[in-house]
Ligand binder design. Structure first.
Ligand code: UGA
Length: 448
């Protein structure tokens, strides 16, 4: 099929466009960013995403994908137009719909035959209906027909290629059989349930999924704090929970709080449009409130390790909001840097194996280091924020030897606490803190 992707250089647009081209469709990705389009036509990706470059090469080799700045040509030459522009959070916590409106108007002006417009961007419930009116109002040829469908995406950064090629399900919300059949054909390559419904329910599925994941994370982060404070071990608690088929083991790893461009933005947007319908959102509000507490707790842990904030050196490992991506949007590491600075910590060293050249994006006083040891040198406290394998496999002795004080705060529980303690570190895990500290302190007090 001939497919246009509007917003085709963004995260979702790019993975979707390249993914559809790799499974046999003819794709044109359109975007206003000339630099990115130029690079993509040379085979250069604007983002770091595992496996995507290989897929792009495959698609380019088959001449199945092109990149253009012309929405007009993309729309005119396609049967299905996927809208994947950004809907970032505005200052009121709503989704900023300006790029959606712009895309819809541009599509309307270039409809030259029957088109299916598939909204993949995460948009408030009711947007597809609104899109139909916007397009109708801006059609240049009133005899041309179109349908708008909702087609939410469930791609995770870092595993987006795998998520695209092996989806759990495909959700399409449509009010027309013709459009639904075309969407079925578009996704016929994929061996997974194709779930069709009305447009509004489909739009709601996306918010429900991201909010559920966020709720699960806030829940486990709270259970982790409680576990640590009563002397239980969250890792063991999770072991005991995850075999319950009703619960499962996904999204149960405690961390520094959920970050990234989607979860909190979508929970906020859901709260915002739900309130306009007078629906209660107390659970969703609690999910966000709990997420904020995570950073306060890390700062409290640092405070417990440090006696002189002004002269203390703190190292942060990991800048992206999670491993396997270079995306720093809404990254808990950046929240932590800000919180530490606000609390009087002036000497902060950071290291990330992928994110580079970030000085201007954080703070002039933050030193960007080239390795774990470089970041840890003369530091009093090392904080692991991102679960990179590189950090998991760090040479504990080498790191210990360059540090001034032995404190290590592992917000992701990726290190072996016994090994860290044996090396000489005072290991502070997430939800296992009390136990680890007792183990370290006990021999000294016995000796005394
Ligand atoms: C999320 C959803 O998982 C995707 O399904 C959705 O398509 C996407 O948003 C979107 O709306 O575009 P993503 O933002 O890539 O994907 O991030 P996740 O992998 O869901 O992680 C979100 C945050 O939760 C990260 O900060 C991560 O470190 C944290 N997390 C995740 C944990 O702290 N513990 C876990 O067990 C899992």
């Amino acid at each position: 099929m001939k497919v246009a992707v509007i917003g085709g250089t963004g995260y979702v647009g790019l993975v979707t466009g390249i993914g559809l081209a790799s499974v046999g469709h003819n794709v044109i990705c359109a975007d206003i960013d000339e630099g990115k389009i130029c690079d993509l036509n040379k085979g250069i990706l604007p983002i770091y995403e595992k496996g995507l470059i290989k897929l792009l090469k495959k698609a380019r080799k088959k001449n199945a994908i092109t990149f253009t700045t012309s929405v007009a040509s993309a729309v005119k030459s396609s049967n299905i137009i996927i809208v994947a522009v950004g809907t970032p959070e505005n200052r009121y916590g709503d989704a900023d719909m300006s790029q959606i409106f712009k895309a819809l108007k541009a599509i309307a002006a270039n409809i030259n035959s029957y088109k299916v417009i598939a909204v993949k961007s995460t948009v408030p419930v009711g947007t597809c209906e609104m899109a139909e009116s916007v397009i109708s109002d801006n059609l240049t040829d009133m005899n041309k027909h179109f349908d708008v469908v909702s087609n939410p995406e469930f791609l995770r950064e870092g595993s987006a290629v795998k998520d695209f090629l092996y989806p759990d399900r495909i959700v399409v919300g449509a009010s027309s059989t013709r459009a639904l059949e075309m969407m079925q054909k578009l996704y016929s390559y994929f061996d997974c349930p194709f779930v069709s419904m009305d447009q509004k329910s489909s739009e709601m599925v996306k918010y429900a999924c991201n909010s559920y994941l966020a709720a699960r994370l806030s829940f486990i982060n709270e259970i982790s704090e409680i576990s640590g404070s009563v002397g239980a071990d969250i890792k063991m608690v999770i072991e005991g929970m995850k075999y319950d088929e009703r619960i499962g083991g996904h999204y149960l790893n405690p961390g520094p709080g959920f970050g990234g461009p989607c979860l909190s933005k979508d929970v906020k947007s859901l709260i915002s449009f739900s309130r306009r319908s007078n629906a209660d959102t107390s659970v969703l509000s609690a999910v966000l409130a709990r997420n904020k507490i995570q950073i306060d707790n890390i700062v409290s842990n640092v405070d417990e390790c440090i006696t002189d904030r002004k002269n203390a050196k703190v190292a942060i490992l990991g800048l992206s909001f999670k491993a396997n991506t270079d995306d720093m949007r809404n990254s808990p590491s950046i929240w932590l840097v800000k919180a530490l600075i606000d609390n009087g910590y002036d000497n902060i060293r950071v290291y990330d194996p992928i994110v580079k050249n970030i000085k201007h994006r954080i703070n002039d006083f933050v030193i960007h280091c080239n390795s774990i040891e470089d970041a840890a040198r003369d530091c009093d406290c090392l904080i692991i924020m991102t679960e990179w394998t590189h950090f998991k496999n760090m040479e504990l002795d080498a790191v210990y030897n360059v540090m001034s004080s032995p404190y290590i705060i592992d917000t992701r529980n990726i290190l072996d606490s016994n090994k860290a303690n044996e090396t000489g570190f005072v290991y502070i895990g997430n939800g296992i803190r009390k136990k680890a500290i007792e183990k370290t302190i006990l021999p000294t007090s016995v000796n005394a």
